[in-house]
Design a protein around this ligand. Structure first.
Ligand SMILES: [Zn+2]
Length: 456
């Protein structure tokens, strides 16, 4: 691997050149940046992190509710219109008992796996092979009282189970089409599932061959102890409308996630981003703008980006047309993490990274970009909205541990990210030029590079 110091030397060379060119071409940008930079009080960010990280803020818990209440109160105190968006999430407790046996196969150990959101049951029935378990595979079949043997592929696990159950099957045994086990999910809970287990390819093919040869096989499937708990988590949304008569119709979203994983106070992950969102909201609360700003802290990011998906799915066509960018800050304050980087889902530059790189060059040094999902920029990217994750990479070794505490937070890192994201957002939102045109033109002189930098 190429040594990092060599990479950054090369980058620094082109950066200085780019920065000079850019500064000369747009002398007023520094004045605009200063409107943001001079107002940022890093102690506000630090104190918010300190407060939020007193305890873990697991989505759906009272601790999350407390954080949500605090965040909304802060937004309101800055004069924002706020909305708390509730959304449902499911906590799945996997089964405590999983058994599979087939008469005549002695004590073959099938080592059955189960599926997330799978249901309990205790079924004995004749085994019937239904291939891939597509609609055409079960057409005209009466599987009442039987157990369907299905091969992986072509359809989702849930579709296979629905198809087999629809034909009357009491349970499903799904076998792999490749080596190894299946660690699968059915996506969401349903009352229409029947108990289902997954087994390896070799054992599954052996069963299918025996059935094809005319053997009759009786199987027993038992699953017990699986449980789905319904929980509610929340997003907090603060909106600032543009000045009347100056409205470009554009919307910019600045986001972070306020939840943390179990057992981790989440000072850096992601009280740091949440606190920076709050501070930027405060800084911009009285500024004249021509672009609607939405400051959002998402819930249940750690459970699979559930809050940001819920928010993204709630957007109207009109809003989707008008959102020009989403800036996501996740883990932006650890003294023990690497340098700032902007990750896009597709690994391509976009207007968010262009603006971030340009702001970085003007303020503290170039910011490069890379390819990574794993945060709340993903649902927006999937909707075609330019978005990027601002994060220090590699991340600190104790992320997602009880050691993610306030004493490891660096004011310098917080300040740098707040300045860069704030200046980048303000470049779109400020009044002086037609916003999107300005945003497109201004960052061009800055060179910034793609980096294969791993998060951990
Ligand atoms: Zn995390």
């Amino acid at each position: 691997m190429l040594r990092k110091s060599m990479v950054s030397l090369a980058v620094t060379g082109s950066l200085l050149f780019g920065m000079t060119a850019y500064a000369a071409a747009n002398p007023s940008d520094h004045a605009f940046d200063n409107k943001i930079v001079k107002r940022i009080k890093v102690d506000n960010i630090y104190k918010t992190i300190e407060l939020l990280s007193e305890e873990p803020r697991v989505a759906g818990t009272v601790a999350e509710d407390k954080a949500v209440e605090y965040i909304e109160k802060q937004f309101k105190s800055f004069g924002y219109d706020t909305r708390v968006q509730p959304f449902e999430m499911f906590q799945y407790n996997p089964p405590t008992t999983v058994e599979l046996s087939v008469d005549g196969l002695g004590d073959t150990d099938f080592a059955p796996d189960t599926f997330t959101y799978g249901v309990n049951g205790d079924v004995t029935g004749q085994l019937v092979y239904i291939g891939l378990g597509g609609p055409e595979d079960v057409e005209g079949l009466d599987l009442s009282g039987k157990i369907a043997l299905v091969k992986r592929g072509s359809y989702t696990f849930a579709e296979k189970i629905f198809n087999a159950a629809g034909a009357g099957a009491e349970a499903v045994i799904l076998f792999n089409n490749t080596s190894g086990g299946i660690n699968g999910t059915l996506g969401e809970p349903s009352d229409d599932y029947v108990p289902a287990v997954a087994i390896g390819r070799d054992l599954g093919e052996q069963l299918a061959d025996r059935l094809a040869a005319g053997e009759e096989l009786t199987a027993h499937v038992k699953i017990a102890g699986a449980k789905v708990e319904r929980q509610t988590s929340h997003n907090v949304i603060a909106t600032k409308k543009p000045n009347r008569n100056k409205d470009t119709g554009q919307i910019v979203i600045v986001g972070a996630h306020h939840d943390s994983v179990e057992g981790a106070p989440g000072a850096n992950d992601d009280a740091s981003g949440t606190a920076t969102v709050l501070e930027l909201a405060r800084v911009m609360s009285n500024m004249p703008i021509d672009t609607e700003l939405r400051f959002i802290t998402f819930g249940a990011e750690e459970n699979g980006l559930i809050g940001s998906y819920a928010y993204a799915e709630s957007l109207t066509e009109d809003e989707l047309d008008r959102i020009v960018g989403q800036f996501q800050m996740d883990m932006v304050g650890s003294r023990d993490a690497g340098e700032l980087i902007m990750y896009t889902v597709d690994g391509e530059k976009n207007i968010v990274t262009d603006l971030g790189a340009a702001a970085g060059a003007r303020l503290s040094g170039v910011v490069n970009y890379g390819q990574e999902g794993r945060s709340d920029h993903v649902p927006f990217a999937e909707l075609g909205i330019p978005s990027a994750l601002f994060i220090h990479a590699p991340v600190e070794p104790w992320y997602h541990t009880p050691e993610d505490t306030i004493d490891k937070i660096s004011r310098e890192k917080l300040q740098q990210v707040a300045e860069i994201v704030g200046a980048a957002v303000y470049q779109i939102a400020r009044l002086d030029t037609p916003a999107l045109e300005h945003a497109r033109v201004a960052p061009k002189p800055v060179d910034y590079e793609f980096e294969e930098r791993e998060l951990e």
